[in-house]
Design a protein around this ligand. Structure first.
Ligand code: SDX
Length: 431
């Protein structure tokens, strides 16, 4: 017998269906609430509102669980690679050997940019933030691939998907090279996905950068850990834009813009800047925590807290362990890692953080690894975007494949001026 919720309004009782998910999570279906009662619901920031039913990723925030298509993130991080993970997230299953070969072939086939796209980099100022460049260049893919604006069959979808997954690396690396005034380095077809990205970032016409395999693995791991995360701000943005039947490229470009914010993907850059500031100013851990708790200060402990996780972000655990290995392998010591660990240890014993269930999130340690690899701080959120690409693509596809798919159009409660005439509104301002 399907469960029901009963709502009592204005002396009447209404029965609302209850939707139960795979992991027994429950939702009251209010799809017909306004038609039946005249009421809407209000949920600032959507903390209690499900925007869709999705089969891609599952998070249990109370228990620190994250699964891509039912598989635990720790198992995927240990056993998979980014391109296989991308295929799993996008298609809901692993590829056969032939499908993996074909997917790899498509990624290689589409790793270059159209030379006119390449030339667009000359138009950006050197100091342009790479997230602005990334959003602009991904959107411009709509100009260069007009045959993929209407995706009405699977072959077009995989063509658009391969282009996005492959070219996002090239765009990212080209934006970095342009920003430092170095020649753009093209990908080569004999390198793996992530190795090719590092090659484009750090090789030069006179030197071939041959990354340590452990560095490639660490970067690939970062991409895996960022690959999808339910209806976060940027993914919800991709779905919102895609719900209007806007094309995949422009929907993803909107997701890049949403990710840039410092409360979301921009937090990894903000964490490093916070740690560097603490180090440079010689601030003590108690001083930093006091600032984070001071309601009169706009300082927040960046990389801490999460809308869904009220326990450890499983990705933060994995990255923290990887930090030690990568720094050891590279023979590097980073005082910022020690500060991060001391901050986390102190915060996790501090009443303010414990009471609010604030734990380290994916961004808290990720910058340490990227800094050790040599990724510039202002490129950290771009790394997040490369990793999140499969999740954005998969969520966009879910909006397109939903036979009942409707345009996303939330309601509101109006609290502006009551009805008045033009003269009434203008009178106080007549000189
Ligand atoms: C990502 O959604 C996703 O899945 C995102 C993501 C993904 O993979 O896509 O996981 C990636 O964006 C991770 C989050 C990165 N952002 C940061 O690290 C920025 C710092 N964190 C916070 O700004 C905050 O915790 C958020 C934005 C992450 C969550 O914000 P919420 O859920 O709206 O929580 P809130 O701002 O209402 O905070 C609740 C309380 C408040 O105190 P009170 O008003 O109850 O007294 O906790 C406090 C906040 O002041 N608080 C913090 C804090 N985070 C929350 N206080 C100090 N430092 C912090 N970091």
């Amino acid at each position: 017998m399907s469960e029901k919720a009963t709502l009592s309004l204005d002396g009447k009782e209404y029965e609302l269906p209850v939707i139960v998910g795979t992991e027994n999570e429950k939702a009251v279906d209010i799809s017909k609430l306004r038609a039946e009662t005249g009421y809407i619901t209000y949920d600032d920031g959507y903390g209690n509102t499900g925007s869709c039913i999705s089969s891609i990723t599952y998070i249990d925030g109370e228990n620190g669980i994250l699964r891509y298509r039912g598989i635990d993130i720790a198992e995927i991080a240990e056993k998979s690679d980014f391109i296989e993970t991308a295929y799993l997230i996008i298609y809901g299953r692993f590829p056969t050997r032939e499908e993996r070969q074909e997917f790899n072939h498509l990624i290689v086939e589409h790793e270059l940019l159209h030379e006119s796209m390449r030339n667009q980099f000359q138009g950006f100022p050197f100091h342009a933030h790479p997230m602005a460049v990334l959003s602009a260049m991904i959107n411009s893919m709509s100009c260069f691939h007009p045959q993929l604006l209407e995706i009405d069959d699977e072959s077009k979808f995989i063509q658009a998907t391969a282009r996005l997954l492959s070219k996002v690396r090239t765009i990212a690396a080209f934006s970095y090279k342009h920003s430092v005034g170095q020649p753009l380095i093209y990908p080569t077809s004999n390198r793996s996905y992530t190795e090719n990205f590092l090659h484009m970032m750090f090789s030069a016409p006179n030197t071939d950068y041959e990354p340590d395999p452990d560095v490639v693995r660490a970067m690939d791991l970062m991409f895996i850990l960022h690959a999808d995360h339910e209806q976060n701000c940027s993914t919800s943005t991709v779905r919102m834009v895609g719900s209007s039947k806007a094309n995949l490229f422009t929907s993803v470009a909107a997701g890049v813009s949403a990710l840039w914010g410092r409360l979301h993907g921009g937090a990894n850059q903000a964490v490093l800047e916070m740690l560097m500031g603490i180090h440079e100013r010689g601030e003590s851990i108690p001083q930093v925590l006091a600032k984070a708790k001071d309601k009169n200060s706009d300082f927040r402990l960046m990389g801490f807290g999460h809308r869904v996780y009220k326990n450890f972000d499983p990705r933060a655990r994995i990255i923290k362990d990887a930090c030690d290995k990568v720094l050891y392998k590279l023979g590097k010591k980073d005082p910022l890692l020690g500060i991060a660990k001391d901050l986390a240890e102190a915060a996790l014993e501090d009443e303010y953080f414990v009471e609010r269930k604030l734990y380290p999130n994916v961004d808290f340690y990720s910058g340490i690894i990227m800094r050790a690899i040599g990724i510039p701080i202002n490129m950290f959120t771009v790394m997040f975007a490369i990793g999140r690409m499969p999740g954005w693509i998969a969520n966009w596809k879910e909006t397109q494949d939903n036979p009942k798919g409707r345009i996303y159009r939330p309601r509101q409660i109006y609290n502006g001026p009551a009805k008045r005439s033009y003269e009434q509104a203008k009178t106080p301002f007549l000189d």
